[in-house]
Design a protein. Structure first.
Lengths: 306, 55
């Protein structure tokens, strides 16, 4: 089991999962543990010859029962695919997989918060190139979720609802919108090409979404990732995080508004935005591009990538 | 694409139920890996004629 300590100066937990030091690191594609197990080939994590989407408990978990969960979500058996390259109906299926895992893990007493995420690219520390995401079931409500609850209290209601209204009213940073979903670069984006994919109606989690809403969410995610890849004409690294309602002991009001945040580290095709002195030491991002400028570039890239 | 046939190289436990569960547009089959970890295979249950996968 991992050890959880509390960093009192930061007021936040730190998780020590020392077994993860031994996890598979950038294996040759012939030994990819997320590919299907093919006849005559090495055994992988998935002992079938072909599959659509697979979810399994992480062999090197940061959390595990009875104190949380860690799962791997493999998007496809195609080693060279990606969220933007998958067929639209496959991305829609992934939304239902996420929904299923959120519901099942969130129902466990030892899981207080379900975090669905994807790290894409070596720039953000990915250790396996096969297209996949992860799910952590935290045995506590982590700091970012608590900050979102605090933002609700500060803004006098659902903060993502209020911020969405502001973005739609301003309009300069909106990248895409339809009946169900809005995509925008936030007014105070911390990353040069940060973007948020937000449900238009107040939906605390994937469990509250209708089938058309999940289909629209899938379309928006795919559209944005294709736009990212078109921006610098290269696979675009990012951290993608699904934000939803906490699942632990009831808080009042319960909080949560389903949205997906992308934190891409690139500021140009070759230059990375590093978290350095101000970001790490003062908690203050210094950015060299205005969100309105990056939104204009991303809109054009989305048009090219569509 | 998508048929969950074990290769025989590593034998997972048979699914707990022969009837796949269905959640929205996907059906799922649960397995237990030989080290005890859960594995779930999902497929679109309303797949389009071209199989809906790949690039």
């Amino acid at each position: 089991l991992s050890e959880i300590r509390r960093n009192e100066l930061r007021g936040e937990p730190v998780v020590y999962a020392i077994d993860r030091q031994e996890r598979t690191f950038l294996p040759a594609r012939t030994h990819c543990p997320l590919c299907p197990t093919r006849p005559g080939g090495p055994a992988t994590e998935i002992p079938v010859e072909a599959f659509e989407i697979a979810v399994f408990e992480n062999r090197f978990p940061a959390f595990q029962a009875p104190a949380g969960a860690a799962e791997v979500v493999v998007y496809t058996d195609d080693h060279d695919s990606s969220l933007g390259v998958l067929a639209p109906e496959r991305v829609e299926a992934l939304m239902w997989v996420w929904r299923h895992r959120y519901g099942e893990l969130g129902a466990r007493e030892d899981v207080h918060y379900v975090l669905i995420f994807e790290n894409r690219g070596v720039e953000v520390g990915v250790t396996l190139h096969h297209p996949h995401g992860q799910i952590y079931g935290y045995p506590f409500t982590p700091p970012v979720a608590q900050l979102e609850l605090a933002a609700d209290a500060r803004l006098g209601g659902c903060a993502p609802c209020a911020l969405l209204e502001r973005e739609l009213s301003d309009g300069r940073r909106v990248l895409h919108e339809d009946e169900w979903v809005v995509v925008y670069v936030p007014h105070a984006a911390r990353w040069p090409y940060e973007a948020h994919v937000v449900m238009r109606a107040h939906r605390p989690s994937l469990l509250d979404c209708s089938a058309p809403e999940l289909a629209a969410l899938a379309r928006a995610l795919r559209l944005l990732v294709r736009g990212y890849d078109a921006l610098f004409e290269r696979p675009f690294p990012y951290v993608m995080v699904v934000h939803q309602a906490p699942t632990g002991p009831a808080v009042t009001p319960p909080g949560g508004h389903l949205h997906v945040e992308f934190y891409p580290p690139l500021r140009t095709a070759e230059k990375l935005k590093y978290l350095a002195g101000s970001e790490q030491g003062a908690g203050t991002f210094i950015s060299d591009v205005l969100p309105e400028e990056s939104a204009a570039r991303l809109r054009e890239a989305i048009r090219r990538g569509a | 694409m998508g048929s969950a046939q074990p290769t025989g190289q590593r034998e997972p436990s048979p699914p707990a139920s022969q009837e796949p569960e269905r959640v929205g547009v996907v059906s799922l089959v649960r397995m237990v890996k030989d080290d005890g970890r859960q594995l779930i295979l999902y497929e679109r249950s309303d797949r389009s004629p071209d199989g809906g996968g790949g690039a």
